[in-house]
Ligand binder design. Sequence first.
Ligand code: FAD
Length: 589
Amino acid sequence: MSQVVEICVPDIGDFADVDVIEVLVAVGDEVVQDDSLLTLESDKATMEVPSPFAGKIMAVSVIVGEKVRAGSVIGQMEIADESPAKLAEAPVASAGPKQTTAASLASSVVAAQSLPPADKTAEVVVLGGGPGGYTAAFRAADLGKKVILIERYPVIGGVCLNVGCIPSKALLHMSVILNETKDMTAHGISFAQPEIDLDKMRGYKNSVIGKLTGGLAALAKQRKVEVVTGYGKFSSANSITVTADDGSEQTIAFEKAVIAAGSRVIKLPFIPHDDPRVMDSTDALELAEIPKRLLVIGGGIIGLEMAQVYDSLGSKVTIVELGDTIIPGADKDISRPLLKRIKARYENVFLKSKVTHVEAQPGGLVVSFEGKDCPTQDTFDRVLVAVGRTPNGKLIDAEKAGVAVNDWSFIEVDDRQQTNVPHIYAIGDIVGQPMLAHKAVHEGKVAAEVICGLPSAFTPMGIPSVAYTDPEVAWAGKTEDQLKAEGVEYEKGAFPWAASGRSLSIGRDEGLTKALFCAKTHRLLGAGIVGTNAGELIAEAMLAIEMGADMQDIGLTIHPHPTLSETLGFAAEMAEGTITDLIAPKKKK
Ligand code: FAD
């Protein structure tokens, strides 16, 4: 009888993130105990990692040039079947800075063999069924692992599908149609005043969510991923206790875990959050009513998207934002056209201002402000608090597994999504900014692949951000503000959409596409786009950044005419000085 065990880098003293300079074995090699598997090199020493067992190499998951640390998975090995006790007796020694001859890697094997008693066991447990969690679970199952996915709610999909990305976009779609039909009057087409049926709108939004979450449940079933419903908390380094709504408990023992427990809305202490007229984004998506006057606290993406929905439904909207502009994180030239449009449409946009108190009165919510241009007090029918989200790191008893959670409740991970406890991984909102679904998804894939011994890492050249407002605001890679702060020399090509035939044809001229290139290599470092469909257009810039495309590559790529996608090509031509649709700015000599 034989068994396949995972082999990991042993304790290598004070060394972390050491370079692999040689991989000395390949799949199929037969090795004896203490044969060298890898050569590692730090700035101080070279060391060899010996095999803890005699056996056959079944998988190798490291490559030359990669950095490893104690606990990193080297690969898998088939060994003669031995009892966990015997494996535990194997000598454990530290690989010192000199060449090492005897180190045992048995500890990780023992962890896998001697799981605590439990109601269920899994090779991989994923805590949280949002976009990060279900992706990690599905990928690990596709790679052959027995996976249990723990989700507190009866449907998987997390914030994104249930109360985030998808419902907000369903409502924004209706909002754009309301706005566009009104704008058509200026072009000679007048529609009757729209009749709003909130129940039907809500029904449409819920049907979109239902299609997606239903699809996910079917995908989980097809992959034999077991979904356990209930609230999970670590009870040890190899077990999670799940409490169902009825109070019943079950324990799940695991070899590896992926924490994907996401984030929740931030509540402000001086606001009566228990009053139904005070909403967070989840409440706002419920469309309980159309308030006459709505105050949105926070000029970030979520606040602005919900403001747009309520504005198009007829609410008089006021935005109050602490910073000196909306959408902190985007360059100001990219967010400015949106700011100009909402200043013209909304009742008020107060920048450099804050709410200091909200009092619930029968006649409305009395709000006290501090700031340059805002009143000291005003009364609103509803208030939406959209000041950000906080990670759920401190709500899962991570300390019982030894997983470190920092002061901001984030769980820190390396680029393989590994926490300080080598067999526990974390992904998505709970590991850091930007809190975006596509980041969570990619991190989820990396965690699953690393667990399954593949040489994956989360090392993107950028993570695109999009505000699905009207106009949309999108950016990818480095912003101009970041390049300036980092002292990077760059060249900029900016193409105003007032010169785009396609943009003018759809009745809009405020857009801008900006491309930022390295001054030396001319490679694209970042891009910002504001205008209709900017969120779709930014994907081309993100691909160009990942592929190392330079301004010539982008300028010479034939874009279909007339499209908004041409504007990225034109921005590259503006930087190169080859544009013919405009006069190129003079190149600095
Ligand atoms: P989550 O989606 O938060 O999922 C975590 C899951 O874990 C949840 O289902 C939760 O119930 C479960 N859970 C938590 N703790 C436990 C526990 N102890 N036991 C069991 N289950 C637990 N992002 C975009 O990229 N694009 C957008 O357009 C976008 N729009 C948004 C709009 C709104 C209104 C909001 C609020 C967010 C939006 N986001 C958007 C952000 C996006 O939703 C998140 O970044 C994404 O959902 C994070 O995924 P996650 O897997 O890390 O966590």
